[in-house]
Design a binder for this molecule. Structure first.
Ligand code: SF4
Length: 336
């Protein structure tokens, strides 16, 4: 809840106000940006791109990608880094899953990221709404890769299971920062709990999901702590990692203690790959969903998910339902 903010405050005097030259925000320069914007407005959808004031929104929207934020734009938590409003949330909108699905269809997306505010006011933390959204997207846009970026559902296994029952391809839950800084940076969430949520999500579907997490750098963490966080994530079966620079959304938010040089991001990427992460996005402007479609889960994971869905529904899905590139007609002819 909003009253449960960080107990210890970070010294605001630590803030580095002057942005270095590598933090550059590109302004919209093509019609795609405006068409994405009007589609989102038409369907009355909320995006984390806008709510979190993401610095990449000009670029992502120009490339017709966006991260949909379901369950409203008011969050029950008050994390020190996040620009999303903290307030009593509104009731869930029953038709929102279908509107998100429709947006993915109209945008022609082959990979969608769906996230939500933390809904601690709901018993299931919004898990059923995630499930309905995944199902609606899959039904409307067969073959799309579905990535969810979820809150911790207060570690309620039955709620997590509800999301996993809908079989997302990628399960993303951010640890956000190193263990020592977690009580300063995150509201209610706990470092160890986030790690176990990641591990449990994978175990619930017998490993047939890619798990992903992200860390913001520049909040005063030390290098050894970042490396430890990488080890912790690997020990909890996480294979996809994002590392980005924390930027302060307003003066009321946590200070930027350090601007991490792009060379250091590149070094972290190399280390993370050596530690066994399968895909690492690391750079000053990297966010959880930045260029998300560049990562594709392993083929055996994709096939296993589709096979399980077929079995669950008791229906035969055609090859068009598999998240694989369709065989070109000429190739089909050649094979025949
Ligand atoms: S990085 Fe993610 S949140 Fe930011 S604009 Fe792109 S899709 Fe939206």
């Amino acid at each position: 809840m909003s009253s449960c903010g960080p107990k210890v405050k970070m010294d605001p005097g630590l803030h580095r106000g002057q942005k270095p030259p590598w933090i550059k925000v590109r302004l919209p320069n093509n019609p795609e940006f405006w068409s994405t914007k009007s589609l989102i407005t038409d369907l009355k959808l909320v995006t984390v791109c806008e709510e979190a004031q993401c610095p990449n929104r000009w670029e992502c929207w120009s490339q017709k990608t966006a991260t949909f934020m379901i369950a409203g734009e008011k969050c029950t938590r008050a994390c020190g880094f996040c620009a999303v409003k903290t307030a009593k949330p509104d009731a869930l909108e029953a038709d929102e899953p279908q509107r998100v699905a429709e947006a993915t269809r109209r945008m022609g997306l082959r990979h969608v990221v769906v996230t939500a505010v933390a809904r601690d006011d709901l018993r299931d933390g919004g898990a059923e709404h995630f499930k309905r959204t995944i199902e609606a997207v899959r039904e409307t846009n067969p073959g799309i890769i579905i990535e969810v970026l979820v809150p911790d559902f207060n570690d309620r296994d039955w709620a997590l299971q509800r999301v996993m029952d809908a079989r997302p391809h990628i399960f993303n839950h951010n640890i956000e920062t190193v263990e020592r800084l977690t009580p300063l940076v995150r509201s209610r969430a706990q470092y160890q709990r986030s790690l176990t949520v990641l591990k449990k999500a994978k175990a619930m579907v017998n490993g047939k999901v890619a798990t992903k997490s992200g860390i913001m750098l520049g909040l005063g963490e030390r290098k050894d702590e970042v490396l430890q966080a990488m080890d912790d994530l690997r020990a909890h079966d996480v294979t996809v990692l994002t590392l980005g620079q924390y930027l302060r959304p307003t003066p009321k938010h946590l200070p930027v203690v350090e601007f991490i040089h792009p060379d250091a991001f590149a070094e972290y990427k190399g280390i993370a790959l050596e530690k066994g992460f399968r895909h690492v996005a690391s750079g000053p402007l990297v966010r959880s969903s930045y260029h998300a479609a560049e990562f594709r889960p392993e083929l055996d994971v994709l096939e296993a998910i589709e096979a399980d869905l077929r079995a669950m529904k008791g229906i035969e899905l055609g090859p068009e339902h598999l998240p694989l590139p369709a065989i070109k007609p000429q190739l089909e002819k050649a094979i025949a």
